[in-house]
Design a protein around this ligand. Structure first.
Ligand code: BG6
Length: 488
């Protein structure tokens, strides 16, 4: 291993969150209902349902969510109160020395239903105020334009991204953001974890899978529309802000063959392509050669309009970003698939060489170095580690302190591997630790799956004061940033 520090002087150290997981204030400023506002939390539900609703949204749940008298608790409408506490939260980020903060925009604050002609001023003003607060502390904003929070109306009335009209609605939205924030925001990400369309089409595309006649077709048609939308957003961003940088973002779970059997090797290449496919299109600007066979196997034929291919070619992204939480082992042999890992993206199997988090996510710090090398070899574009972190239960001691050595250990080991990748020559320009302040979990809607350096007093049912307090990891990360990684 490398003992030298390879972090560049201007490395963007920071943290990341998403609007739907932190903001709350769902009735403020004319905000409309988003896809994420439909997730419920109910501790009496069987645990599998907590994540199942993420993978398989039901029509009934969507209907109930639109009823103002719905008896359910919707955690993502409450978030952790960033909408009210953003000044306090950003001050704490600044105290840790953040150079950057990756955040998303709730589309429904700007276009509450998605198909309005004009943007909502209250929403624009809110985000401008948040950005100004960041700039006050010299924190560089990185904005994810769409992070699982499109207007619900676009799903119920238009069928989500499978409908080509959504491209225009998205462009109206992003153009409003570019126009309002130009000169203040340099880094933009068009879609969070765009490859998630494969595993949770509701959350990513607003397509309800339950009873769908040809879901695979819908997923890839929706993905194609997102590719075109992303390319046109990139074009628009460059026209309005010549110095800006636009990035793509995937959930990158490193996949390794479970055995050296040739079947497992080939299967791993194919499984990894299921994710790389998305970045291939966005970073290289064309559908890769393997697309035809992949679509053939899935019985998918997408409709590509005249001009789409040219648009993809002309406006690839400037940088690549990804979330990294775990790796997973792949086997072609069904008998070894018994021990599936509880993860978001692939049905991989447990790798006996690794430990798992309490949620069954397999911890593989060195896999981050491998992932960075793979992505850089493939695209030769600057890379941002847009998300990485450990979801864990934290305990508040009698004196109010919170000792989270497990989180420090996780982050430290991953950051050491970023240093290794930098030594390998990979152009990594930033690292934004996921859920830098506690948030509502995306996949389970729990509050008790915590990622933060900053604790928020709130439980799974939404009870609590929302008071913020520092965990041990707060001072640890502050020191890492202050020394530009020397203390890792
Ligand atoms: C990523 C998402 O998939 O993983 C985040 O971009 C999410 O929104 C993160 O929070 C961690 O997942 P979870 O389910 O633990 O919140």
């Amino acid at each position: 291993t490398t003992s030298k520090n390879y972090f560049p002087k201007d490395f963007l150290w920071g943290g990341a969150t998403a609007a739907n997981q932190v903001e709350g204030g769902s009735n403020e400023g004319g905000k409309g209902l988003s896809l994420s506002d439909v997730y419920i939390f109910d501790s009496s539900m069987p645990k599998e349902r907590w994540t199942d609703q993420w993978h398989m949204m039901t029509h009934k749940q969507v209907e109930e969510a639109q009823d103002p008298n719905s008896p359910h608790y919707y955690p993502k409408r409450k978030g952790t109160g960033f909408y009210y506490h953003y000044k306090e939260d950003i001050k704490l980020f600044a105290e840790m020395g953040f150079k950057t903060y990756r955040m998303s925009i709730a589309w429904t604050r700007i276009f509450p239903k998605g198909d309005e002609a004009e943007p909502n001023e209250a929403g624009l003003a809110f985000y401008e105020a948040v950005i100004d607060e960041l700039l006050k502390y010299d924190i560089e904003p990185i904005i994810s334009l769409s992070h699982y929070e499109m207007p619900l109306h676009l799903a119920t009335e238009y069928g989500g991204w499978v409908n080509r009209k959504v491209i225009d609605f998205y462009l109206n939205f992003v153009t409003a953001m570019f126009e309002r924030l130009q000169g203040k925001v340099k880094y933009w990400i068009t879609f969070n974890e765009i490859n998630a369309v494969k595993h949770h089409p509701y959350t990513s595309l607003g397509i309800i899978e339950e009873g769908h006649p040809h879901i695979e077709q819908a997923k890839y048609q929706g993905a194609h529309h997102q590719f075109v939308a992303s390319a046109l957003a990139t074009k628009k961003a460059h026209e309005l802000m010549p110095d800006c940088k636009v990035g793509c973002m995937i959930s990158y779970q490193l996949l390794v063959p479970y055995s050296a059997h040739p079947d497992d090797i080939q299967k791993t290449v194919e499984a990894q392509r299921e994710s790389l496919f998305f970045t291939d299109v966005q970073a290289r600007g064309y559908y890769p050669a393997y697309t035809e066979r992949m679509f053939e196997n899935k019985n998918v034929k997408i409709k590509v309009e005249r001009g789409d291919i040219e648009i993809l070619r002309q406006y690839p992204v400037d940088f690549v970003s990804f979330s990294y939480y775990m790796s997973s082992a792949i086997s072609a042999h069904p008998e070894t698939l018994e021990s599936a890992v509880g993860n978001l993206i692939t049905g991989g199997i447990v790798n006996p060489h690794l430990e798992s988090s309490d949620w069954g996510w397999q911890i593989d710090p060195q896999g981050l170095r491998t992932a960075l090398n793979q992505l850089y070899d493939r695209y030769q574009k600057p890379i941002l580690v847009a998300e990485n972190g450990l979801g864990a239960v934290d305990v508040v001691e009698a004196d109010g302190s919170i000792h989270d050595p497990y989180r420090i250990d996780y982050l430290k080991r991953h950051l050491q591997q970023v240093n290794e990748a930098l030594h390998d020559g990979v152009d990594v320009f930033g690292y934004t630790a996921w859920g830098c302040i506690d948030i509502v979990s995306a996949s389970t809607s729990q509050m008790s799956k915590r990622y933060g350096f900053i604790y928020v007093d709130q439980d799974d049912e939404g009870n609590g004061t929302q008071k913020r307090s520092k965990k041990d990891s707060f001072d640890w990360y502050k020191e890492v940033i202050a020394t530009n990684g020397d203390t890792l």
